[in-house]
Design a protein around this ligand. Sequence first.
Ligand code: UGA
Length: 437
Amino acid sequence: MRISVIGCGYLGAVHASAMAELGHDVIGIDIDIRKIEQLALGKPPFYEPGLPEILTSAMASGRLRFSTDIADAAGAQVHFIGVGTPQKAGSHAADLSYVDAAVQSILPHLAAGDLVVGKSTVPVGTAARLAEVIERSGTGATLAWNPEFLREGFAVKDTISPDRLVYGVAAGAAGEHATVLLNEVYAAAIAAATPLIVTDFATAELVKVAANAFLATKISFINAMSEIADVSGADVTQLADAIGFDNRIGRRFLNAGVGFGGGCLPKDIRAFTARAEELGRGDSVAFLKEVDTINMRQRQRVVAMTLQALDKPVYTAKVAVLGLSFKPHSDDVRDSPALDVAVQLRGLGADVMATDPQGIENSRLRHPQLTYSTSVEETLRGADAVVLVTEWAEFKQIDPVWAATLVRVPIIIDGRNTLDAAAWRAAGWTYQGLGRP
Ligand code: UGA
């Protein structure tokens, strides 16, 4: 099938490559010429494990091309919209200008029977509005909403073998036509018996924000428990293990630490709250404000723990920060708790040196005032305290005996509760986790 993918960021670039890998004929479109030039050379403009391999093989097969010209989308039957919906400046609502612009730009190139498929995370009600825009265009094309659940770091696997498919479609013949086309797009996943839910626009839009709101709530719940553990002497890691054995609860997303970040969870819960307020039901999701507050408090908590642990004023201290990306296996530093902690400590006058296997370049663009090093050894040397804020394997594997020979004072704040506390203490470190004795 001929497919266009409009927007080639984390979502679109992976989607375009994966669809070509599955045998479709794909054109990826983006207005950012630099991004397209890089992709056309087979080089993803961001770090995503497995993407370079499928990008290169799909391009070599001739099934994947990239362009900055939206006219090149003409002839495709299915047009995916994968542009960003960031938080609006000065508001909690989502900025839909990129989605609106993408839909407007594709209208002149649509043919009767074409399907425009929204993948971006949008406030409920957006799809119905855009369906009308497409209908009024008189092109004979229709709209479907097909939310994306990929996780950065596992995006290729999540796209090729999703754990579920959700189609939001119009009622009647248009919806049936959309379902047939999407079933063809996802033939491989459907043959693999991937659960499929065909529903209306509003449900499809809500499924996505509800999933992210639930995950965010789970993380803030365990972080709240870690705060209680801190004042009661309990161990939140064991608590998570124990409640996680209950299948109804589950152990995943119960890791307490510096909290959630990235380009999705934080802005999605805020946009959800803003949309619910617009719909007159702000009270229904008012708890998400608390989820957000608990989450942001973890960053302050790690900074405060560091200040307290130091044996000298912060403005005379060298602090080694291990981690910048919002989670391992990603170079994404959007709303990263790790980068936030580094910036806050620098703002308090600390001499911060930060390292990360993938996140340095993006961090430097945003915060040139920090000192970065690609070497863990250099980062640790002479440090008055070490703060671990992204649980990369590279950091988990650090030998505490070796690390103790490098620092000035062996103090470690484990902002991800990921290290073996006993081993670090045995090597002479003052170890502090969150909600761990
Ligand atoms: C998230 C969702 O997990 C995806 O399903 C969704 O498709 C995506 O957003 C999106 O909306 O596009 P992602 O942002 O890649 O995916 O990251 P997650 O793996 O969800 O992690 C989010 C944050 O939560 C990270 O900062 C991570 O460190 C933190 N986290 C995760 C915790 O603090 N504790 C945990 O137990 C788990």
